[in-house]
Unconditional design. Structure first.
Length: 99
């Protein structure tokens, strides 16, 4: 199961969350479980299903959405990471406006 599951309108979000001071690692298996969960339990279009890795780094939260094509092509690296100096690629308002 993901750490957090959320829904807004037609959109479903599955989050894997880590707490750290500078960087957070997300093993391939944890990312894979987000996609398997979304695939198996929500019979809706992929456009409305989002696999998100999230890191709480001190006072800063960073969110990154992992692309469905990356998972489908089996291209998820052994580990993904979020570093405090990174910029996230996920903003809920942007994602909901585009669909």
């Amino acid at each position: 199961m993901p750490d957090v599951i959320a829904r807004k309108g037609k959109h479903i979000f599955a989050f894997e969350v880590k707490n750290s001071s500078y960087y957070a690692y997300f093993p391939n298996q944890q990312i894979d479980k987000l996609f398997r969960f979304l695939s198996e339990f929500f019979p809706i279009k992929q456009d409305f299903k989002h696999a998100i890795i999230a890191a709480h780094l001190g006072k800063k939260w960073l969110f990154k959405e992992v692309n469905w094509k990356t998972w489908e092509k089996n291209k998820i690296p052994d580990k993904m990471r979020i570093v405090k100096r990174d910029r996230g690629n996920f903003k809920i308002e942007k994602n909901l406006d585009e669909k």
